[in-house]
Write a protein that binds this ligand. Structure first.
Ligand SMILES: [Zn+2]
Length: 297
C-alpha cells in the first residue's frame, strides 16, 4: 500500500536546524506509541514537556537528512524553538488533515436499506460543531473526547437518529498501512456505563505478569482511558478475529484513532442546534432522519 499522492507532501517538512535547512520525513505513529504522551493540561509542566516532546519527535520523525533520529537529536530539536515550531506545525497539519479523510455511512432507521455517505467536513457542517481538537493550543496533544464522560445530546427530536454508524478509516482512504479498514461504531456510554465498566474489568491487567508491557493500561492514564472507551464503543472492526481488544485500537495509526474519537463525539455528544441542517432524507424510502446515532440502552 502506498500513500495517495495528494497527501504525500504532508509527510515532508523542511526544518531550519543548527544553521541550515534539513529535509525531515514524517510518519504517522500508531496510537500505542503516543497515547502515554497525552497529558491533561494541569500536568503539562515545562519539565514534563521537556521529556514528552522529544519522545514524540522521535516517534514522529522517520528520518532527517535521510538518517534515523537518535534521542539526542530529538532533544536538540526540541531545544531549538524555530526547529521545534516547524516540526509541531508539520505534525498538526499531518494529523489533522489525515484524520479528516475517514468516511461515515449512516443507516436509515426507517427502512434499514440505505446509508448516507458523509465525510467529516459535511458532518461538522450539518451538526455545526466539531471537529473535536487533536491539538490543544496548536502545541500539545489534546485530551481526546473519549477520555472524558461528556454529556450525551438530547434525542428528544422530531426526527429519529440513524440506526447504525459504519465507517471507513482514514488509513484505508489514503493508503496508509493498517490492520483494519472499516467497522461499526457504537456508544462508549451505552447501558448506563455498564459496557465500559465491563471493558475495564475484562482488559485491565490484574497480575504482575499481566502488567509486563502494559504498565500504562490504567484508568489514570488519559490516553489509555480513551483507547479503552473506544474499545468498548466499537461493535465491529474488520481484519480481526474474535472480540475487539484494546490492542486493536492501540495498533491503529494515530490518525485512525483521532477520526473515531471525533466521530464518537459528533454522533453522541454534540447538541443539535438546527435540526433541519442535521436532517437527511433517505435515498430509498424518502423518510427523514438525523445525522447522529440513536441512543443505545
Ligand atoms: Zn430509508
Amino acid at each position: 500500500m502506498t500513500v495517495d499522492k495528494r497527501f504525500e507532501s504532508l509527510f515532508h517538512a523542511r526544518v531550519q536546524f543548527q544553521g541550515r535547512e534539513r529535509e525531515v520525513e514524517l510518519r504517522v505513529p500508531a496510537f500505542r506509541e503516543i497515547f502515554p504522551l497525552i497529558l491533561a493540561p494541569e500536568h503539562r509542566t515545562p519539565d514534563r514537556m521537556a521529556v514528552m516532546f522529544p519522545a514524540e519527535f522521535k516517534r514522529l520523525i522517520k528520518s532527517m537528512e535521510g538518517g534515523g533520529l537518535e534521542v539526542e537529536h530529538a532533544r536538540a530539536l526540541y531545544a531549538d524553538p524555530q526547529a521545534a515550531g516547524q516540526i509541531v506545525a508539520a505534525r498538526n497539519r499531518l494529523f489533522e488533515t489525515i484524520a479528516e479523510q475517514g468516511l461515515t455511512y449512516l443507516q436509515c432507521p426507517h427502512c434499514f436499506n440505505w446509508e448516507a455517505e458523509v465525510n467529516v467536513t459535511a458532518l461538522t457542517t450539518a451538526l455545526q460543531a466539531g471537529p473535536w481538537p487533536i491539538i490543544d493550543q496548536r502545541l500539545f496533544l489534546a485530551v481526546p473526547s473519549l477520555a472524558q464522560h461528556l454529556p450525551r445530546f438530547s434525542r428528544k427530536r422530531r426526527q429519529p437518529c440513524s440506526s447504525r454508524i459504519r465507517f471507513q478509516l482514514p488509513s484505508s482512504v489514503i493508503g496508509l498501512p493498517a490492520a483494519s479498514r472499516s467497522g461499526v461504531l457504537g456508544d462508549a456510554d451505552a447501558q448506563d456505563g455498564a459496557l465500559e465498566r465491563a471493558a475495564w474489568k475484562r482488559w485491565t491487567p490484574s497480575t504482575e505478569l499481566d502488567k509486563t508491557g502494559r504498565e500504562q493500561w490504567r484508568e489514570d492514564v488519559t490516553g489509555f482511558r480513551a483507547a479503552l472507551r473506544l474499545t468498548a464503543a466499537l461493535k465491529y472492526l474488520d481484519g480481526l478475529s474474535g472480540e475487539i481488544a484494546p490492542e486493536a485500537v492501540l495498533q491503529m495509526p494515530a490518525t485512525d484513532f483521532y477520526f473515531l474519537d471525533n466521530l464518537h463525539y459528533l454522533m453522541h455528544n454534540v447538541d443539535i442546534t438546527d435540526e433541519a441542517k442535521a436532517t437527511i432524507r433517505c435515498g430509498r424510502c424518502g423518510q427523514p432522519f438525523l445525522l447522529a446515532a440513536a441512543a443505545e440502552n
